[in-house]
Write a protein that binds this ligand. Structure first.
Ligand code: ZN
Length: 336
């Protein structure tokens, strides 16, 4: 017979064991949780890679605003009156921050937006104790301040941004100049994370491609029966980053020698694949695979012609940025 105290002790121990088991099970869902199977050296390389994020060169006036959190004089910036359709990017790191469709004339003399691209702008309390500062969530560049409940627009929000913190890409330019690249290298969360840090990459979407069914859901793709691979679709500016640079990074952030799996994620939906948009992209991939083979890598990456890219559910987009985790399942490893 167990007395009350011992029973309670056994019960609590059972609860702890159950909790531990639950955590283990969650970790077995592969990329869905951070795995601790990587060495300190691998983590160091990842951090080193992130530190090497290259920023645009700033003028002294831009530096005063972006780095030292200054403010440009009202009505002086080049975008407060801009009414063109397009996207506003971070002046320092090129991350897309605001859409022209959310811009409105606040009469303040600074570009004003009543919304930001999801996850792109971070709010932090201003040292003045009253206002809320906004910074680029990617590189920390100072953008301006956000004001609430002014009743100017339906969304009741005003991101008041310095033109000096922004770069504008007109829609017309984006549609003619930007190119697309599609890569599949296991769980799309980690692949998206790495490509979204590349200068010249304007957007990275997680989704599904290479399968038989239309509008596949995550659950359907997870069965492995739709033929789709978890993939990312990258929109990039070829004047700033080449397809070859992106393709090299692709081969360095996943293991191209694993067949139908990446680490703990197993199934054809996690296959290593490149979906090329044109013959020029295919030539680059064929060249890089041949090069890797001369280095002793038994590359199994499939090279498939790009078809429809089905965007994944909203909760899969920018997963690591939203959750503040690091993708331990996609560790950068230099191979070129
Ligand atoms: Zn930035």
């Amino acid at each position: 017979m167990l007395d009350g105290g011992t029973k309670r002790f056994v019960w609590i121990q059972g609860l702890i064991a159950f909790g531990f088991l639950l955590v283990q099970l969650l970790c077995l869902c592969g990329c869905r949780q951070d795995s601790l199977s990587h060495s300190p050296e691998e983590l160091r390389l990842t951090l080193q890679k992130e530190k090497s994020m290259i920023f645009n060169k700033l003028t002294s006036e831009e530096e005063r605003v972006i780095v030292h959190k200054g403010t440009e004089p009202p009505f002086s910036g080049k975008y407060y009156m801009n009414k063109e359709s397009g996207s506003y990017l971070c002046r320092r790191c090129d991350a897309p921050l605001f859409r022209s469709s959310d811009k409105f004339d606040s009469g303040t003399g600074w570009p004003s937006f009543d919304d930001a691209i999801e996850g792109a702008v971070q709010q932090i309390p201003d040292p003045d104790g009253r206002r809320t500062e906004i910074v680029c969530a990617h590189c920390g560049a100072h953008l301006g301040h956000v004001f609430f409940s002014e009743g100017i627009t339906v969304k009741n929000l005003r991101h008041c941004v310095n033109s000096l913190s922004l770069n504008f890409i007109p829609e017309a330019y984006a549609s003619t100049k930007l190119q697309k690249a599609i890569f599949a290298g296991g769980c799309f969360w980690g692949v998206e994370y790495h490509f979204s840090k590349v200068k010249g990459v304007l957007s990275v979407k997680s989704g599904y491609t290479g399968g038989m069914t239309d509008h596949p859901s995550y659950q359907q793709v997870c069965t492995g029966k739709t033929g789709h691979a978890e993939a990312v679709e990258i929109a990039f500016d070829p004047d700033k980053v080449s397809y070859e640079t992106l393709a090299k990074l692709f081969f360095e952030i996943h293991d191209p020698t694993e067949i139908n799996r990446q680490g703990p994620d197993i199934g054809t939906q996690y296959r290593s694949a490149v979906f090329y948009a044109n013959e020029a992209q295919k030539r680059v991939i064929d060249k890089l695979i041949a090069l890797l083979k001369t280095k002793g890598y038994h590359v199994v990456t499939s090279v498939e012609k790009a078809g429809t890219f089905w965007e994944a559910e909203a909760y899969h987009q920018e997963y690591y940025k939203k959750n503040g985790h690091q993708p331990y399942c996609h560790i950068y490893q230099k191979r070129f």
